[in-house]
Design a protein around this ligand. Structure first.
Ligand code: NAD
Ligand code: DAU
Length: 346
């Protein structure tokens, strides 16, 4: 039996990966460590909570003693580290939380995992550590790190700490950097689920700036397939980029959603831009294809339709998430932007 400690397993990508590992690796056990922040939700895993191959540990990675206790309770072979504060807009409102969870939390985990003799440590990172691109070109694994938001700076900090653990201690770390994920159960603060949820409610769709910022979209299942491949076959000390090879301006994505939902463009509101907004991301994932035998498989149009269907069928979940603390966040983030008379995005 291989025991995998998976951090962030109550989050969007982590929960998908928990399910994938339990389904596809019958001789693996998953220890799911998550602090259950606003973004963590165990209802996503209700059907596997009783599975003897799944153990949940509610732990904050910034609490080193609690992390040590998890390693004392379980004989961990591998680590897949996904837990992080993940939303750029929240990092602009409250950067310090990102340093605590993403930087200190990662260092604690690296230290304890190394001292416990972990054989493989997968550090899950983001293409945002590379900064922004002009009109042409793609990020490769050799692109220098130039993060622009507190979120991406905290992720770049954690990448460098993971890299240092390999170079200084020979700790077998593999780092992955992926582009924008989408799919079912994504927290409705991110572009696609936020626009779907607002459009279903007939609420305005807040497009930052001119809406011409470009993101590369990858289905969460494709990302999880890449993460499992990197965990099992990635070379220690190496970085692997993942992307969906689907580069689209935000406005194109928003219009596609409106078309699927049968709603009109009058819902679109151009609002004040995100400060420091990265203009364009694009990923060269040739190394992952060559070395890991991985490729993105889900066509964006079909994946987007299925995602809209999921949000339509799970309105109660969305309503529960969007009540309470989410409303405070929404007011703080969008109240001024959507107020009558506020400056338009362009
Ligand atoms: P998410 O916000 O949906 O989930 C993050 C999870 O981490 C939550 O369950 C939360 O409770 C947990 N967490 C946060 N701080 C913690 C702490 N201090 N201790 C323990 N648990 C904590 O995020 P996601 O979108 O699933 O992203 C997962 C990982 O993938 C992150 O590291 C993110 O940087 C990376 N990533 C995300 C994307 C994307 O498009 N979403 C793309 C590339 C990389
Ligand atoms: O590239 C990978 C990254 O993708 C991950 O590391 C992050 O965890 C993830 O949140 C995501 O970051 P982005 O900032 O690219 O994603 P977000 O969904 O917040 O925004 C996507 C684009 O849409 C971005 O250009 C900002 C824009 N946007 C977003 C929101 C929430 C809007 O125009 N309006 C909005 O209300």
């Amino acid at each position: 039996m291989t025991t995998l400690l998976l951090t962030g397993g109550a989050g969007f990508i982590g929960a998908n990966l928990v399910r994938k590992v339990l389904a596809e690796r019958p001789d693996w056990k998953v220890v799911n460590l998550d602090a259950l922040t606003y973004a963590g939700d165990l209802s996503w895993l209700e059907d596997v909570l009783g599975d003897p191959r799944h153990a949940f540990e509610k732990v904050d990675l910034a609490d080193r003693a609690a992390v040590e206790a998890v390693f004392a309770r379980h004989a961990i072979d591998h680590v897949a580290h996904l837990a992080a504060e993940s939303h750029v807009d929240r990092s602009i409102l409250e950067p310090a939380i990102f340093v605590r969870s993403n930087v200190l939390g990662t260092q604690n985990l690296l230290d304890v995992a190394r001292q416990s003799g972990v054989k493989r440590f997968l550090h899950v990172s983001t293409d945002e550590v590379y900064g922004t691109l002009g009109a042409t070109g793609k990020f490769t694994e050799e692109t220098p790190l130039a993060p622009n938001s507190p979120y991406s700076a905290s992720k770049a900090g954690s990448d460098l700490l993971a890299r240092a653990a390999f170079h200084t201690f020979g700790f077998p770390v593999v780092i992955t950097r992926c582009s924008n994920n989408y799919g079912p159960r994504q927290f409705p603060e991110k572009l696609i689920p936020l626009m779907i949820a607002n459009a279903l409610d007939g609420k305005p769709l807040p497009v930052y700036g001119d809406g011409q910022q470009v993101r590369d979209w990858i289905h969460v299942d494709d990302h999880c397939a890449g993460l499992l491949a990197a965990l099992e076959r990635g070379r220690p000390g190496e970085v692997y980029n993942f992307g969906g090879e689907t580069e689209l301006p935000n406005l194109t994505v928003v219009r596609a959603l409106l078309a699927i939902l049968g709603r009109g463009e009058e819902l679109i509101r151009y609002v004040a831009d995100r400060p420091g907004h990265d203009r364009r991301y694009a990923i060269d994932c040739g190394k992952a294809k060559r070395e890991l035998g991985w490729m993105p498989r889900q066509p964006f149009a079909a994946g987007l339709r299925a995602t809209v269907d999921w949000y339509r069928s799970n309105a109660a979940w969305v309503a529960r998430i969007r009540s309470g603390a989410y409303r405070d966040y929404y007011d703080r983030q969008y109240g001024g932007r959507l107020a009558p008379g506020s400056a338009p995005g362009h």
